[in-house]
Unconditional design. Sequence first.
Length: 231
Amino acid sequence: MVFESLVASLLNKFLGDYVQNFDSSQLKLGIWGGDVTLKHLDVKESALDDLDLPIKVMSGHLGKLILKIPYKNIYTAPTIATIEGLFIVVVPNTGIKYDAEKEAKAAEAAKRAELQKLEEAKSKFTEKDTKDDKKDTFTEKLVTQIIKNLQVKIKDIHLRYEDNFSDPEFPFSLGFTLHNLSFETTDEKWIPAIIQENVSIIHKLVVLDSLSVYWNSRTDLLHKLDASDRE
């Protein structure tokens, strides 16, 4: 239960930073069952803010997120994370209309997040209980085992940049689409395998399928359209 609670907490924190309409209670129940499926998630406009990039998310949608954790066979079976149908539209930061109220809320949320990180760091630094140390060691071993045999499958990704700020008379868009990207643990001969023992090197086979890049001039801007028209 300790490990399941830790996974639920980490996923809640991670997803909370990037998506805004997931059910945390369903996430927790799914994790305890070893199988999490979240559908139709909206990407937050602040998802890229921490990266200090000159772009801003205008809209984003994640069709499906699936996480399978084999708690009963953690050392003999892989953990599988699947992301399907991710579509994100970004624009230049300079093209965003300033909203004082929205910026104030974002700044307040950032302060709360920073304070929470400081409190967590302080708590970990001051906590010296032997039992907790043993729990941490056990949890760390499980996390390491999951990472060693983690499989990641990403399907149908579309990232699009739109710009009507550089030259308003000639708006353009560029982006890329990707049908499939997968990461899988292998042995030293690049044959898919489950790693049970301690190893100094972990081999991961990456497969990329159908990557396309495009550039459109004088294009229709999707972030200006209604959601129904985008489809």
